[in-house]
Design a binder for this molecule. Structure first.
Ligand code: FNR
Length: 379
């Protein structure tokens, strides 16, 4: 039974998914120190309880880049979402749409852009990786724009994929990976029936579209390694900024100096992120990185943050530390893997309830009222 958003969906997803997929989602880079720090540092942020303030009316709505959000939450881009639930990108996007928040499609999604946008009302956000093949980048941006995507999320913390040792252990990569994945699939019949059999095609929808041939899951890890571009610099981003008509958000900022560069570059927003602890193990948690970044650029652009956010209290903590909104990664993916779009809808309602409790007991009626005043100051 799902009672707590933060733990129950994770355990349910672990039961349902073949291990190679569960560990691909759940794992982080190297020894996973940053993965743990993200969650632990955030949980340690103490909220300041206030009482007897007539908190009968709360307003969780906010606005980002001229879009209205019913809660300051955006679904983060997550690669291979269509492997965790049948046509998973469509299901997640619909749940976000019904709730009234944006869904961000990953460049390396299973469903192509054109399969998702007709299934939702509000504009989708689209995430772009820096690839060596600039032709792919241009093609996918044109398609995202033609499909009505509003905001471009440009991920810059993956010039090279971080080593995720769990993937080699679990069969996502490593020796005999295809055979091990097959064995795991047939021993997880609910996933095998729902996604394995009925969720096809299992390829990178956006990438296959460009290359004119299916880029399959067995090629995925090799494809990432061969195509990501370590030579990227701010200069290379200029044509994308000039090409993209809507707001542009730089995802993967962890340092105040880089945040200032994003302002100089003309970004409309940043996502303070360490990629959920999946890139450079040992870097700061976003909880610890965020305050200095907010001090440096809060008045210049919108600040989103992700990595380690698992419940509604965490959302309030991040807003109090200086974010305008948060992105959810694993939290919604565990729910999606457990029960599809219905799971994501349920999760969003649980988060909303948790936020309401936190706002009531920190005496904050509106999102804009959530400031450092809601936190216990360390002596
Ligand atoms: C990701 N993330 C990610 N980010 C991105 O910009 N493009 C992508 O394709 C992916 N793919 C991806 C796959 C999986 C399985 C995970 C868990 C994450 C990172 C994601 O957008 C976000 O930054 C983190 O998930 C945030 O951390 P939490 O909330 O998962 O702790």
């Amino acid at each position: 039974m799902i009672i707590s958003a933060s733990t129950d969906y994770r355990l349910a997803a672990k039961k349902r998914l073949p291990p190679f997929l569960f560990h691909y989602i759940d794992g982080g880079a190297y020894a996973e120190h940053t993965l743990r720090r993200n969650v632990d540092d955030l949980a340690k942020v103490a909220l300041r309880q206030r009482v007897l303030k007539d908190m009968s009316t709360l307003d969780l709505r906010t606005e980002l880049f001229n879009e209205k959000l019913n809660m300051p939450v955006v679904l983060a881009p997550v690669g291979l979402t269509g492997m965790y639930a049948r046509r998973g990108e469509v299901q997640a996007a619909q749940a976000a749409d019904q709730f009234g928040i944006p869904f961000t499609m990953s460049s390396v999604s299973v469903c192509p852009i054109e399969e998702v946008t007709p299934a939702i009302q509000r504009p989708m956000w689209f995430q772009l990786y820096v690839l060596k093949d600039r032709g792919f980048m241009k093609n996918v941006l044109e398609r995202a724009q033609a499909a009505g995507c509003s905001t471009l999320v440009f991920t810059v913390d993956m010039p090279i994929p971080g080593a995720r040792y769990r993937d080699a252990h679990s069969g996502m990569s490593g020796p005999n990976a295809a055979f091990r994945r097959y064995l795991q699939a047939i021993t997880h019949p609910r996933w095998a029936w729902d996604v394995g059999l009925h969720g096809k095609p299992h390829d990178l929808g956006n990438v296959s579209h460009y290359f004119g041939e299916p880029i399959k899951l067995q090629d995925y890890m090799g494809w990432l390694g061969n195509n990501f571009d370590p030579s990227i610099s701010w200069k290379d981003l200029e044509w994308i900024r000039d090409f993209w008509q809507g707001p542009m958000v730089i995802k993967g900022i962890l340092d105040a100096e880089d945040a200032k560069d994003a302002v100089r570059f003309g970004a409309d927003g940043i996502v303070v992120s360490n990629h959920g602890g999946r890139q450079l193990d040992g870097v700061l948690s976003t909880t610890r990185a965020l305050p200095a970044i907010a001090d440096a650029v809060k008045s210049d652009l919108k600040i989103l943050v992700d990595s380690g956010i698992r419940n509604g209290l965490d959302i309030v903590r991040m807003l109090a530390l200086g974010a305008d909104a948060v992105m959810l990664g694993r939290a919604y993916i565990y729910a999606l893997a457990t029960s599809g779009g219905a799971g994501v809808s349920h999760l969003l309602h649980l988060l909303e309830k948790e936020m309401r409790v936190a706002m009531t007991l920190t005496a904050t009626r509106r999102i804009a009222d959530i400031t450092t005043d809601c936190l216990v100051k360390d002596k």
